[in-house]
Design a protein around this ligand. Sequence first.
Ligand code: BES
Ligand code: MN
Ligand code: ZN
Length: 497
Amino acid sequence: MEFCVENSNIEKQQTDCVVVGIYESNQLSASAEQLDKLSDGYISHLFAQGDLNGKIGQTLLLHNVANISAKRVLLVGCGKQEEQLTERQYKQIIQKTIQVINETGSTNAVYFLTELALKNRSTYWNIRFAIEAIYENQYNYDEFKSIKPENHQVLRQITFNATNQIEEVTQALEHGKAISLGISYAKDVANCPPNVCTPKYLSELAKGLDTEYENVTTRVINEAQMAELGMNAYLAVSRASENEAFLSVIEYKGSPNTNAKPIVLVGKGLTFDSGGLSIKPSEAMDEMKYDMCGAASVYGTMKAIAEMQLPLNVIGVLAGCENAVDGKAYRPGDILTTMNGLTVEVLNTDAEGRLVLCDTLTYVERFEPELVIDIATLTGACMIALGNHNSGLMSPNNELAQELLNAAQQANDKAWRLPLGEEYQEQLKSNFADLANIGGRLGGAITAGQFLSNFTKKYTWAHLDIAGTAWKSGAAKGATGRPVSLLSQFLINKAQN
Ligand code: BES
Ligand code: MN
Ligand code: ZN
């Protein structure tokens, strides 16, 4: 799909379809008003006749409207004019619009819904959300279907109408495209089956970014090197798997100051989590291919920032690993010496993410980061706490937490902060080691975050638990690409100050 911005002339526009908004109670948007005048009151007439009510998502397709060059006019209901749209309502409107345009066979369209007012949002957001919604609408994963579903997609080009603020609008377009691409990349890796998407596969993707972008360098650390580094917790998790672990380090240098401290993103990349000897129940175990969604989101975000060429230094780390079952498997009762020296008693081999992450979080100390954010499908407890709507955010640092919450709100990729603290640390006590790898049923998302906090004392750090938000189950099973938008927005904000 191609997107452009233009100050269009609605009367002379040579296009397959012009898209304009109408409101309830016979109210017209500015462009609909113009069309109405040009066509001697045709739209008002339709309202009077009862063909239109302007409710959100209602559409009416008109052909050969008098005095208009466009082949078609699509009227789209946008609710009550005096009530500004929420992000959800706007998304609903866009999805319906794209669906209808596609049914018409139009290959190009001019979009006048840039006029719509979103609650507390500028035109930048109107366009950025439109692009993200259009990409989302078009996404499907049919890599492994021998009979590909028929592609009804004929729409090729959308022109966003903009009367002024061309610079802001052009930026919305660029950001929207880059972030959407990042989201699609993240979804593709996440949806990929675990017999194909192995830790090795993740490392190949990471190297792909190196090849693609001049200012990206990727290094991959294998198990022998991890052993050398003392990453024993990470290696214990990987031991039962036939698929060797790989830690990929994707370094993006965009800052004009090459010595600027990097922002480090660490993604949990369990390409499959069987639970290990503390094996999971078989119901929905297939969904544990999504246990690498943290890594997928880091990969997608690196793609997005490389596309935008943000003036920042960012390091994306994919902690690839598989938690399998085998005679070589690590056991409940094992005590592991982590890379930073703390010992951990394994009480449940299914609490593996924190073991892989704790060594990775120690490893990234060497980059002397400005800050570190880890992203992980870490706990079922986080899904219970926040459902599928908000990612769980934990950080001992109020400023960083607030910046992430702001980015989440801006990008409409929601997050909610959960506490950390010494009370939770109590729950992680072990009789035999410095720490236990689980803290009991209560506050499970928090004790997991608290566990990680023991390994992040040397830098500013935040943790995002995306267990509830990274994919959807049920009939619409699939990766969501979250929280690529949140992370990209956080980095856009960082680049701007
Ligand atoms: N990857 C899972 C968390 C998870 C489970 C995410 C279900 C999404 C859906 C993680 O490795 C895990 O198994 N966590 C355990 C921790 C427990 C043993 C303390 C969990 O949440 O049950
Ligand atoms: Mn697990
Ligand atoms: Zn896991």
